[in-house]
Design a protein around this ligand. Structure first.
Ligand SMILES: Cc1cc2nc3c(=O)[nH]c(=O)nc-3n(C[C@H](O)[C@H](O)[C@H](O)COP(=O)(O)OP(=O)(O)OC[C@H]3O[C@@H](n4cnc5c(N)ncnc54)[C@H](O)[C@@H]3O)c2cc1C
Length: 586
């Protein structure tokens, strides 16, 4: 693997952070009147010592976090990634044994204090916005996608901070934030993966009022604990009748010592991430929040941040693939020249570069949408206002709706593209790419899961299609969003054309009556929406740049939009046939 600072060596990411991102609006929401800095001034409580006192402080702090992380990931983790993958994990009687290097790196990461991304400062967290978290995950995933899950998993415990009781928060969050305890999210069961509303693990209260959980969960990352940190398994279980559906499900915190880890999976990739089978037998659990809200409120409430995390992981893995492909293409000589100068290879590299830039834009935008409503909701809570009042707030309504569309759309798009970028990176390596001598084989294997976990691409399309269809109605929220954003830059003729073609696809989709035909064409419709949205975000980003940087980015935009026109033209043909089939049925 390339060894360097994985933040500062990545010119596109640096552009995103330094020039493209609008941190002002995000910092305003996250810091909420720089409340934590004021607390520090009055109390001198060390927990708040790093709280920024103004926007510039916050941005400088973000930069220093990314610089330190880039150093740690690029110079400590990346050089050990291949070795850890080769050694893999050993499972012995409920215990997982990790490669020594992973022990060393986990300790380094805990010491760095960079792990607790979104927790509150009073509990030892960094209180970083989701959009910053996405960059952190990207940098970590580029170094090692399996190791990166240590970040992702501990941060799922934010569900406890957001929805747990004060007592639960005080007892658990500082331990999650310090890395003393690890965290797992246990939703999937052998018979229920995508079909979460039907999970059957049971929770019943015993005579002493303790919840007892019985059932089995499958594919649970880190449930056995991570390195030397025992695990708190956040478990979705049924408190209602077996047929009570989503509203009969509640969330529990269950300690790993109270369950049996029946085994870990032997997997295609992510060799150093334990994927566990968990058996609960009257295991005691602490109820998180209220009964019946486990899936419909708590899981769903965290879903947008979780999807951004996997989308960001996809950008990181794709960045690793691109960097390795580019390096190899510069070194490998065929027909008397480096293969990067052969048009067919250059074409692959160019496509990888523009897809990566576009993925980064949409993942950041998804994070922005989440940041623009979650911190404001927290502000309402802090001010003692009700959830109903928060829901009625225009800003919250607008951004939550956008986040509900942008997060599944970015998870679907970034993970699918990551697999394609990794595929091309192997192709560029020729036969060497098929050996384990080069990093691309591991990167390719690790990429494959991204379109599957945290909801498959098909399920992301199911989650996004309603927003695309409603958003593209005559006064739909997506049209409004486009109009607002298009006022900030002058769009190209190509982008205008992409919109016209996408709009045709969207209107055809909207006009289909038969639900099966609609479901069959949701993919093409969401893909067309993604191509337009990414094109728009790319051109918006170009408008923030100057000189050579701007003209280089506009070149990427033009080629991206041409690809989009070709893709949407194919989708249009399919939608026209679908519409005709629908008319015959009607
Ligand atoms: C390495 C790894 C780590 C994981 N970590 C965790 C974890 O920490 N916690 C956790 O709870 N789970 C975890 N999972 C589980 C993961 O989230 C599920 O595998 C995933 O959600 C898909 O569920 P499934 O495997 O049961 O597939 P299924 O639901 O059986 O799906 C099979 C196929 O049918 C399609 N399909 C199913 N329903 C629909 C539908 N309604 N519309 C369209 N297509 C549909 C799917 O897209 C897929 O192509 C992990 C899995 C792996 C492999």
């Amino acid at each position: 693997m390339i060894q360097s600072n994985y933040f500062t060596d990545n010119s596109d990411l640096v552009l995103q952070v330094e020039q493209i991102a609008n941190w002002n609006e995000i910092v305003k929401e996250v810091e909420d009147g720089f409340r934590d800095a004021k607390t520090y001034e009055s109390s001198k409580d060390d927990h708040f010592a790093m709280a920024p006192a103004n926007t510039k402080d916050a941005i400088d702090y973000y930069y220093s976090v990314l610089d330190s992380l880039g150093e740690l990931m690029g110079k400590e983790v990346a050089p050990r990634s291949a070795e850890m993958d080769k050694i893999g994990l050993k499972y012995d009687n409920g215990k997982v044994v990790y490669p020594d290097a992973q022990n060393y790196l986990y300790n380094l990461m805990r010491e760095s204090g960079l792990m607790p991304i979104g927790f509150s400062r009073k509990y030892g967290g960094l209180r970083l916005p989701v959009s910053m978290g996405s960059i952190i995950i990207e940098i970590a995933a580029r170094a090692d996608s399996a190791f990166c899950l240590a970040f992702g998993n501990v941060n799922v415990a934010e569900i406890v901070e957001r929805y747990g009781s004060d007592e639960m928060r005080d007892a658990w969050i500082p331990k999650f934030a310090s890395g003393e305890i690890s965290c797992a999210m246990a939703l999937t069961e052998p018979n229920y993966g995508s079909d979460l509303p039907n999970v059957q693990t049971r929770a019943v209260k015993d005579e002493k009022g303790v919840w007892r959980i019985t059932g089995a969960k499958r594919f649970i990352t880190h449930a056995a604990g991570y390195i030397d940190a025992p695990c708190a398994i956040l478990t979705l279980a049924r408190t209602g009748s077996p047929t009570s559906g989503a509203r009969g499900l509640s969330f529990f915190l269950v300690e790993a010592k109270d369950v049996h880890i029946a085994g870990i999976e032997k997997k295609m990739g992510l060799h150093c991430s334990p994927t566990c089978e968990v058996v609960y037998e009257n295991s005691p659990g602490l109820l998180i929040g209220e009964e019946g809200f486990g899936l419909v409120k708590y899981s769903m409430g965290m879903m947008n941040s979780a999807r951004v995390t996997i989308a960001a992981q996809s950008v990181g893995v794709a960045q690793a693939a691109y960097a390795e492909g580019k390096k190899y293409a510069a070194e490998r000589i065929q027909f008397g020249k480096p293969i990067k100068d052969i048009p067919a290879v250059a074409k692959m590299l160019d496509r990888m570069e523009r897809e990566l830039a576009a993925m980064r834009c949409v993942v950041f935008e998804a994070g922005r949408c989440v940041d623009m409503y979650i911190w404001r909701k927290e502000h309402f809570k802090h001010e003692g206002l009700s959830e109903k009042e928060a829901k009625a707030d225009e800003q919250i309504k607008k951004w939550e709706k956008l986040a509900d569309l942008f997060t599944p759309l970015s998870k679907y798009y970034a993970s699918e593209q990551c697999v394609k970028v990794a595929y091309d990176a192997v192709q560029i390596h020729g036969g060497s790419g098929f050996t384990e001598d080069y990093d691309v084989a591991r990167i390719y294997r690790d990429a494959r899961i991204l379109t599957i976990y945290e909801g498959t691409s098909q399920l992301q399309v199911v989650a996004a299609i309603g927003g695309v269809a409603a958003g593209m109605a005559p006064n739909g929220f997506l049209r409004e969003y486009f109009e607002t954003e298009l006022k900030t830059f002058t769009q190209s003729a190509e982008l205008k054309k992409v919109f016209e073609e996408f709009d045709k696809v969207a209107q055809l989709y909207r006009s289909i009556e038969e639900s099966r035909i609609k479901a069959e064409h949701a993919w093409e419709t969401v893909e067309s929406a993604a191509r337009y949205i990414l094109g728009l975000l790319m051109e918006r980003s170009a408008a923030k740049l100057k000189g050579e940087q701007k003209s280089e980015r506009l070149d990427l935009c033009r080629d991206f939009n041409i690809d989009s026109l070709a893709i949407i033209a194919g989708n249009l043909v399919k939608l026209e046939f679908a519409r005709a089939k629908d008319s015959v049925k009607a």
